[in-house]
Design a protein around this ligand. Structure first.
Ligand code: GLC
Ligand code: CA
Length: 558
């Protein structure tokens, strides 16, 4: 099956930290419009924009107060219409973040729902009685939330608990309720009618919940996401959404499937014959290193074999059956270069990582700033954190830990690394804004910025551009976008090598994940060198000498 999104090159924008057009220190919608030419130049023709809906910003917009309006700090609905118009003239498709699992507690539905147990909208959310344990009122179950603490919050107006698997200000919607489903269908319809091309669907795997029985994982509050992830009714709801909404518009839909969705469940969501979603963002490839076990980033090591296994498993399982997005990390995760890159071989490893990922079968989604190799932020004080989950995490830590230790722990997994302002140029505030930004700016903008990248032909940015061009090249698109994927040397702990093959072409993508030198024998006759990350390539008698993080893309004779 062929769909319009398969040949597109995607890019994810987190509006708050993308570009500030009106100099109030916060990125905004006009800022995106102003940078569309930039994105087009890079080779992007599909954008996913994170939420900019009206919101009290407890979770930077994932807590929606009004689905039909734009948050003032991001601009106006007219600004968005302008953005859409300009995007259309540049043939850039736009998809929005569709937040189905919850609303803000300031959404009118919730204000009504919490007001009394007889309210019409009471059943829009999930309300339960607490449990009395030793005369103390406890949440209905011991389920923990993704953002620390309980997945339930007590509400004194009716002396009951509401479910909230994220922050206290993000009550979960009750998808069992048909009216809720219809409301959300209307929301989707409204944006599709306005002209958007589809949605990234937030937290989609959580719409169905297990019966409210304690998790046996612990006696205490425990994050047991199986209680609200990838359960059967999600699929019923998605089929309904697909039938009544997505299919009517040929909309692109990419579900965020957290809760450790397996490949099998990934296929349930997005196989061509399931009529649910177009693709899913899974997280299996995001944790293929020892981040959880180390205290110092200098000990970080990529587990190349597990990364290769994950890629192989997803790529092969989806052959003929479905389609995948190709993304490294996103706004909830560390920066790619700090996670899987090698700062000592900065350009080489950045380019290699791009080649390794974006020439697989699927649709690329570059996370903003990745194209210039942006890195994690160096946190020096608690007040620098903005992300609600980082703040909750900090407060949940043992009070006896030193300030320095708490900072280190929170910084390790903080989502704020990915949310620093884009480093546009080597000028004050990195060219993100003309005033002191309300988002963090990484001090390395003097060395890492867009302007310098564009003017240097050998930059990471130009390498990204070349990859995106290759995927658009009329001669190679068929093989690089639709061709078969086959991984070679499955057991090699340093080299990630795969073939792409179509009826008449064969491409070999060779990547070294090591800072040591390796040799690799190409078993085909080389026809063309399509891409490299060193100035030359060292090949003799078909043996390639691979330098640190070298990556080479060859067209070979079949
Ligand atoms: C998704 C988003 C994340 C948000 C959460 C709740 O995981 O990517 O940023 O906090 O959903 O909406
Ligand atoms: Ca602004």
């Amino acid at each position: 099956m062929r769909k319009w999104w398969m040949t597109r090159n995607g890019y994810q924008i987190y509006p708050r930290s993308f570009f500030d057009s009106n100099n109030d220190g916060i990125g905004d919608i006009k800022g995106i419009t102003l940078k569309l030419d930039y994105l087009k130049e890079l080779g992007i023709d599909l954008i996913w924009i994170c939420p900019f809906y009206d919101s009290p910003m407890d979770d930077n917009g994932y807590d929606v107060r009004n689905f039909f309006d734009v948050a003032k700090e991001f601009g106006t609905l007219d600004d968005f219409k302008e953005l859409l118009k300009k995007a259309k003239t540049l043939d850039i498709k736009i998809i929005l973040d569709f937040v189905l699992n919850h609303t803000s507690d300031e959404h009118p539905w919730f204000i009504e729902s919490r007001s009394s147990i007889n309210n019409d909208k009471r059943d829009y959310y999930i309300w339960e009685e607490g449990k009395l344990v030793n005369d103390k009122l406890m949440p209905p179950t011991n389920w923990g939330s993704f953002f620390s603490g309980s997945a339930w919050n007590y509400d004194q107006q009716t002396n009951m608990f509401y479910m909230k698997i994220f922050s206290n200000k993000m009550p979960d919607l009750n998808w069992k309720n048909k009216e809720v489903r219809n409301e959300m269908i209307n929301v989707g319809k409204w944006w599709l009618d306005l002209g958007v091309d589809g949605f990234r669907i937030d937290a989609v795997s959580h719409l169905d919940r297990a019966p409210f029985i304690d998790s046996t994982k612990s006696n205490e509050i425990v994050l047991d996401w199986n209680k609200f992830s990838n359960l059967p009714k999600v699929h019923t709801y998605l089929k309904e959404l697909n039938e009544k909404l997505f299919s009517k518009y040929d909309a692109l839909t990419i579900g965020e499937v957290g809760g450790a969705a397996s490949i099998k469940s990934g296929l349930k969501y997005s196989a061509f014959d399931r009529f649910e979603l177009s693709m899913v963002f899974n997280f299996d490839h995001n944790w293929c290193n020892n981040l959880n076990d180390i205290t110092d980033y200098k000990d970080l090591k990529t587990d190349v074999l597990s990364l290769k296994r994950v890629f192989n498993n997803w790529q092969t399982a989806f052959t003929d059956k479905g389609w995948l997005p190709l993304n490294w990390l996103n706004h909830d995760q560390p920066r790619l270069m700090s996670h899987y890159g090698d700062l000592a071989f900065f350009k080489e490893s950045a380019k290699m990582l791009a080649t390794a990922l974006y020439l697989m079968r699927g649709t690329p989604f570059i996370y903003q700033g990745e194209e210039i190799g942006m890195t994690n932020y160096h946190f020096t004080k608690f007040s620098e954190f903005n992300d609600v989950s980082s703040i909750n995490h900090y407060h949940s830590l043992d009070k006896d830990l030193s300030e320095k230790e708490k900072l280190r722990i929170v910084a390790k997994s903080s989502r704020d690394h990915a949310r620093t302002g884009i480093q546009w140029e080597n000028s004050e505030f990195a060219g993100f804004s003309k005033v002191k930004p309300k988002v963090l700016i990484n001090s390395n903008y003097k060395d890492i910025n867009v302007l310098d990248n564009i003017s240097d032909e050998s930059s990471i940015w130009h390498h990204y551009k070349k990859i995106l061009e290759l995927r658009k090249n009329s001669e190679y698109q068929e093989v690089l976008v639709f061709g078969k994927y086959k991984q070679l040397k499955l057991k090699d702990p340093n080299l990630y090598i795969y073939e792409r093959e179509s009826n008449d072409k064969k491409i070999l993508v060779i990547n070294s994940f090591s800072k040591d030198v390796y040799e690799y024998k190409v078993t085909y006759k080389v026809k063309n060198i399509l891409l490299k990350n060193y100035e030359d390539i060292l090949i003799k008698n078909n043996i390639i000498k691979l330098r640190p993080y070298e990556s080479v893309v060859l067209e070979v004779f079949k």
